[in-house]
Design a protein around this ligand. Sequence first.
Ligand code: ADP
Length: 454
Amino acid sequence: MVWRVLMFSLLQLACAAAGGLLLGPWGVVGGVVLAAWLAFGWETWSGQRVIRWLRGDGAASSAPVLRGLWGEAAARMRRRLRQQEQQALASGQRLQEFLAALQASPNGVVLLDPQGHMEWFNQTAAQHFGLDAGRDLQQQIGNLLRDPNFSAYLARPDDAQDLVLNARASTPERPQRLAVRLHPYGEGRRLLLSRDITQLEQAEAMRRDFVANVSHEIRTPLTVLAGFIETMQSLPLSEAERARYLGLMAQQAQRMQHLVQDLLTLSRLEGSPLPGFQTWTPVAALLRPCEDEAHTLSALLTPAGAAPQTLVFPTQDELRAAGELAGDPAELQSALSNLVTNAVRYTPTGGRITVQWQRLPDGGARFAVHDTGPGIAAEHLPRLTERFYRIDRSRSRDTGGTGLGLAIVKHVLQRHDARLHIASVPGQGSVFSVDFPAGRLRDAALARPGAASA
Ligand code: ADP
């Protein structure tokens, strides 16, 4: 301040001296007045530039560079503006990061203002509700989602329950179910969250069906067993009758045992780690037990006097050339054996079952079981590997089936990167084949030089 007074006085002195020298005493007065006008003009011009800057874009970068009082005021304003601009930039960035996080959410997120207009929504919400950011922002959500349950839900702001509804893209063939929930925040604003619960609902339905099926499968033999026990307790029976009843009871007990065994196998498969590539088993070692089992079962199921089934398996030489398979030998053996025993069980006496092992051009291999059984109508084929799915219940039961065999086979094969194909012509027979990928096969001779056979 002192500096400014000093400068103003010096200017006046200089102008007065110059005026005095040039024009005498009136020149001194004129110099003082001129100095005052010069100072006034300078300050007005500087102030005018600052005002023009503030009226214009007012950005820190275009602030005028001035000296004097106005110069300092402009510099301070510029510094303050720069700080504010940096703060605004930082909060803008934070907002973008926050929206990006909401965008990445697997759940649908819609921000609603107090009147129910959509202020923002993420991609998932757009997919769930069929929204378009260009068209639907700032629209009333109630106008776009016309489900009456949703309208009622919107009208009850403090409903703490989820509302379950169909997604916009849901069709009867491909249902998509959503659980939506409104959460109030801020002043009258609401957050609408949507979650895809299609898989959850399907898993729940499967679990319910599974429990109902298991209960049914166990209840039937239990009822039969309880009936026999009651009969034996209450009626005097001959030795022959007792023996017959005990035989039937043993059959039912065995049925339950098979069921429990298969259920345990399934749960073991679901809980155990995937079979790796450490264990290599000769294909021959997997197929020989299948062959033995098939012969035993076929003999057991063929009534005395009936024509036996013809069972054809790969020859010794074919088995020697088959190589080795990577995976869990017990799982693989049980899956292959299951396909062979199914063919034996469902093919009538006198029929033919042919088991083949072929190397494929891509380095993989195909295991195939052909039978001349009743065949399977096309509509059943996609469902055969479902748990407890059977075409002929009584045949399955009579031959000791649980309805879980093919479900286990499919599971085991998936764990070994293999695929099951079923082809069948009703009245002529079926072919169950399994394709193993090249990565799970190796040549036995190459793997262990000098090894003659498995
Ligand atoms: P199950 O214990 O009843 O045999 P699976 O899961 O092994 O159960 O088989 C499911 C159903 O597939 C069987 O009930 C049967 O109807 C049908 N099926 C399986 N293999 C054959 C086959 N080789 N020929 C005809 N039908 C078959």
